[in-house]
Design a protein around this ligand. Structure first.
Ligand SMILES: Cc1ncc(C[n+]2csc(CCOP(=O)(O)OP(=O)(O)O)c2C)c(N)n1
Ligand SMILES: [Mg+2]
Length: 325
């Protein structure tokens, strides 16, 4: 028995299922060549953002990376606007000018994502500084990958957040890889990212991002710490991506990671685990009806994107300098 109530688990499951199936649909349709931007899928990594959504509201800020779909949706971003953005349409959340890696929706506090690894870390810290100056109750979230912790700006940003005692949480999803380089060839053995961040002066935690209870308990504690103490927190969560670094396919044939490693994570896929767990309390039929509703919503989002019009290029300056920023 898990120590989390069924209603909460169901919410987490619905979110994770929605993120997974949205990305599965992107993967399925990608070869049609209507989505022309590079697309980094987080299939396999849904648990962390789905749990995170339990503890933040639209007033809080979040920034993300090139692998941002899950974070955008978890933060309350509009699904139709995200798919339209990936299709490059004017109804997209960035007016069709950004694509998959440049999602923004200020109405829900999703303040942007970027393809420059580490690029949004100081932006999330700056947002936390604005919260402090305005004496607001919000928190700022910086989603980052393990690879981003190797950028110089990571150290500057954590140091600044620690010195200024800023209300920011750094959520590091460690999927073991930066493109095709495993963490073992990039960082000294046995050095943990969360221990490194602790040494900079930021309260730091670790959780198994494939374990529902551990992820829930530690994320809740970490986010409450930022809210209560108004100080920065870093949390590292282990996770795993199932598909290739960039694109809709699988890339295990490239030989950069062991099939046995991939299969180990596939076997403990939290989405499958949670579905099986919930079946016992709320019946397969009920789960099916939730899943069907989500599948319909996803299909409608793709229809919306396909039917939307292209942006007018003479409006680019208007969008960039007035409406988005
Ligand atoms: C400054 C910069 N350096 C290198 C790249 C190329 N690049 C794109 S994604 C990526 C991997 C980043 O790894 P991680 O932060 O762990 O995120 P993940 O892809 O695993 O989600 C790299 C090196 C880039 N986009 N920007
Ligand atoms: Mg990574």
């Amino acid at each position: 028995m898990m120590n989390i109530d069924i209603k909460t688990l169901l919410n987490i499951y619905k979110r994770a299922y929605r993120i997974r199936n949205t990305e599965e649909e992107i993967a399925k349709r990608y070869s049609e060549q209507k989505m022309r931007c590079p697309t980094h899928l987080s299939i396999g990594q849904e648990l962390v953002p789905s749990v995170y959504a339990e503890f933040v509201s639209n007033d809080d800020y979040a920034v993300s990376t090139h692998r941002a779909h899950a974070h955008y949706l978890a933060k309350g971003g509009n699904l139709k606007a995200m798919i339209a953005e990936i299709y490059g349409k004017e109804s997209g959340c960035s007016k069709g000018l950004g694509g998959s890696m440049h999602l923004i929706d200020k109405t829900v506090g999703f303040m942007g994502s970027t393809a420059i690894v580490g690029g949004t870390i100081p932006i999330g810290v700056g947002l936390a500084l604005s919260i402090q100056i305005k004496k607001e109750q919000k928190i700022s979230t910086v989603f980052l990958g393990d690879g981003a912790s190797e950028e110089g700006v990571f150290y500057e940003s954590l140091n600044f957040a620690a010195i200024k005692e800023l209300p920011v949480i750094f959520i590091c999803e460690n999927n073991l890889y930066s493109v095709y380089s495993g963490i073992n060839v990039r960082q000294p053995k046995k050095r943990k990212i969360y221990e490194l961040s602790k040494s900079i002066g930021v309260e730091s935690f670790y959780a198994d991002g494939y374990n529902i209870e551990d992820t829930y308990t530690k994320l809740k504690h970490a986010i409450n710490f930022v809210k209560n103490h108004k100080k920065p927190v870093f949390i590292e969560l282990d996770t795993y991506r199932f598909r290739e670094h960039c694109g809709p396919n699988y890339d295990n044939d490239l030989g950069y990671r062991d099939i046995s490693e991939y299969e180990k994570y596939l076997e403990k896929d939290p989405l499958i685990f949670l579905g099986n767990y919930l079946k016992k309390s709320i019946s397969e039929d009920n789960l099916d009806s939730y899943r069907n509703m989500i599948d319909i919503e996803i299909r409608e989002a793709f229809d919306f994107a396909e039917q939307s019009k292209w942006p007018e290029y003479q409006d680019i300056n208007k969008y960039l300098y007035k409406e988005l920023v």
